[in-house]
Design a protein around this ligand. Sequence first.
Ligand code: HEM
Ligand code: HEM
Length: 233
Amino acid sequence: MSQPTTPVYVYEIPVRIWHSLNALLIVALTVTGYLIAEPLPSVSGEASEHFLLGYIRFIHFAAGYLIAIALLFRLYWAIVGNAHAKQIFLPPLLQAQFWQGVWHELLWYSFIVKSPRKYIGHNPLAVLFMHFVLVWGLFFMIITGFALYGEGSGQHSWQFTLFSSWVLPLFGGSQSVHSWHHLVMWLIVCFVLIHIYVAVREDKLSGQSMLSTIATGWRTFKDDKPVDDIRHS
Ligand code: HEM
Ligand code: HEM
C-alpha cells in the first residue's frame, strides 16, 4: 500500500482565528439583520422598558464594526502571511491552468469525474467562489452597512462622510441601499450553506483533509498521488 504524502502546514493561526470569528459574526449579523427587516411582534408595555429592537440593532452594529475590523486585519495578513493566506484575495484569473482546475472541480462536484485532484491550499473553484461571493460580498455589506449607519449618526459623522455621502446617491436612496444590503445577505447565506456542504463532502471524498485543516492548519493526504496545486509552497 502507498504511503500518504507528508502533511503540510497551510493555514496560519491568524487565518484560522479570522475564519471562526468571521463565521460567528456572519451568523450574528444574519440573525439580527433578518430581525431588523422582519421585527418580532410588539411586546406589551412601554418600549423603553424592554428596548428589544434596540438591543437587536446594537448587536448588529457592534458585529458590523467587528467584521469590518476583522476584514482589514485579514487583508493585512494576506500581505504578510504565507501564499495560502493570499489565495482568496488574488485568484489567478489569467492562468489557463486555473480555469482548467475550476472546470475539473465543477465536474468532480457534479459526480461526473470520479477522481479528485489534490491541492495543498484551496482548490481553484473554492478560490473563485470565496473571492467573488464572500470577499466581495463582505466588502459590499460593510460599505452599504456603514452607509445606512451614517444616516443615523448624522451628516457630520465620519460614517456619513466616508460612506453615505456617495453610496446613497449611487443606489438612488436609502430604501434601495436597504434592499441591496438585504439581498446580498441571502447570497452570503447561500455561500455558507454550499461551503459547509462542500467542506464536509471534500473531507470524506477528496484525497486530502479539510475540516481538521481549518482547525489545526495542517493538510494531511490520503495517498501519495502527486499534488495538483498550482502554487506549491
Ligand atoms: C458563516 C460561516 C462560514 C464562512 C463565511 C466561511 C468562510 C470561509 C472562508 C472565507 C474560507 C477561506 C479561509 C481563508 O483562506 O482565509 C474558509 C475555509 C474553510 N472553511 Fe469555512 N466558513 C464558514 C463556516 C465553516 C464551517 C461551519 C465549516 C465546517 C464545517 C467550515 C469549513 C471550512 C474549511 C474546511 C475550510 C478550508 C477549506 C480548504 O482547505 O480548502 N467553514 N471558510
Ligand atoms: C454579513 C454582513 C451583514 C449582514 C448579513 C447584514 C444584514 C442586514 C439586514 C438583512 C438588514 C435589514 C435590511 C432591510 O431589509 O431593511 C440590515 C440592516 C442594517 N445593517 Fe446590516 N448586515 C451586515 C453587515 C452590516 C455592517 C458591516 C454594518 C455596519 C455597521 C451594518 C449596518 C446596518 C444598518 C445601519 C442597518 C439598518 C438598520 C435599521 O434600519 O434599523 N450591517 N443588515
